[in-house]
Ligand binder design. Structure first.
Ligand SMILES: NC(=O)c1ccc[n+]([C@@H]2O[C@H](COP(=O)([O-])OP(=O)(O)OC[C@H]3O[C@@H](n4cnc5c(N)ncnc54)[C@H](O)[C@@H]3O)[C@@H](O)[C@H]2O)c1
Length: 315
């Protein structure tokens, strides 16, 4: 049984903690947050308000970092120096140099680390990547990706609205789509961006150019209460694949239109089915299996993280 602790019991921990609690081969033994009230709804797990104290008192195999972005790298290194494997929420850091620092610490300690780039595990995006890799619909011609919503409300210490600590829209939201592009297609040849940034809102529109295709990507924290939505539309020679209003649809040139079946609903799990699992649970399962079976963390490489953080710095 692997023992797990989680630090930073805020918004995103609400997606991580239930995933850990449903796994039969791990035990979530401890939570840490400087605000004790954040942990009250998990009375069955031990609570700490000081990270160092938790590290001293608990025997932990995996630490899950759900802290504000600016704390990720330092907390990851500190845990790894104690021989603990680390799963860390995105972005690993706002500074490209931290990727090398974190991975060097992992190597020195003989432990594994993974940035939780959840879109690499998101069923509809996994489907899109599988179709691209297969060449099933011919060459990719263009793409567009969107991640729009209103500016987040007040967070602890208002860190999310502080550019130095969160990086605002590029590092908080846009990173998801850029990370997917780098994961699926590698580094683009060229990146250009336009931004409408005010103290109360932030909108970014970027174009990434590859050899044979380009992808436009936009992301927002609007001042108005615009509902959150993520979507994409990719144009291949023989089909359009669109993820809109939470529905993935394939529009084949032949006229056939269909929604890919979920793997769980398919008797025969064919190549082109939608993985059925929750992406947060899936990334956590993936990393845990890498630790459990001593497998390399191939799904999220330091090179790809460096490329993404570097590109974000150029926008
Ligand atoms: N993958 C995703 O879809 C996704 C979604 C949202 C947020 N995130 C990422 O998750 C991270 C956290 O975001 P959030 O929205 O949950 O933030 P949040 O502010 O809601 O939660 C952070 C928590 O950390 C605690 N904290 C702060 N300093 C601490 C310290 N020194 N020791 C212990 N606890 C401390 C705060 O009290 C707070 O409860 C960010 O890096 C963000 O980019 C990822």
């Amino acid at each position: 049984m692997l023992k797990v602790a989680l630090v930073g019991v805020g918004g995103i921990s609400g997606a991580h903690i239930p995933a850990w609690l449903t796994m039969e081969d791990v035990e979530l033994v401890a939570l840490c947050d400087i605000r004790p009230e954040q942990m009250e709804k998990y009375p069955q797990i031990r609570h700490y308000t000081e990270f160092d104290c938790m590290l001293e008192q608990e025997q932990i195999d995996i630490l899950d970092i759900c802290l504000p972005t600016y704390l990720h790298a330092d907390f990851a290194v500190k845990a790894m120096e104690k021989g603990i494997h680390v799963l860390c929420e995105k972005p690993l850091s706002l500074q490209e140099a931290d990727v090398g620092r974190v991975y060097a610490a992992a190597q020195a300690a003989g432990v594994k680390v993974m940035a939780a780039q959840v879109i690499r595990f998101w069923p509809e995006y996994e489907y899109l990547k599988a179709v691209c890799d297969s060449g099933r619909y011919g060459r990719l011609l263009s793409g567009s990706m969107s991640r729009l919503g209103a500016i987040p409300g007040t967070t602890w210490d208002n860190w999310m609205h502080d550019e130095k600590r969160s990086g605002l829209v590029p590092y908080d939201l846009h990173i998801h789509d850029l990370d997917f592009l780098v994961y699926a297609f590698g580094a683009p040849n060229k990146a250009t961006a336009h931004r409408a940034k005010r103290p109360d809102q932030d909108y970014l529109c970027a174009v990434y150019e590859y050899d044979d295709f380009f992808v436009t990507v936009d992301a927002s924290w609007f001042a108005s209460p615009y509902p959150f939505r993520m979507s994409f539309r990719f144009q291949f020679e023989q089909a359009i694949i669109a993820y809109e209003d939470n529905v993935l649809t394939v529009y084949e040139r032949s006229g056939k239109i269909f929604q890919p079946a979920k793997a769980a609903d398919c008797a025969n799990q064919a190549e082109y089915t939608l993985p059925a699992t929750n992406a947060y649970a899936e990334e956590i399962r993936y990393f845990t299996d890498c630790v459990k079976y001593d497998r390399p963390v191939k799904r999220v490489t330091p090179e790809s993280l460096e490329t993404v953080i570097h590109l974000l710095g150029t926008l």
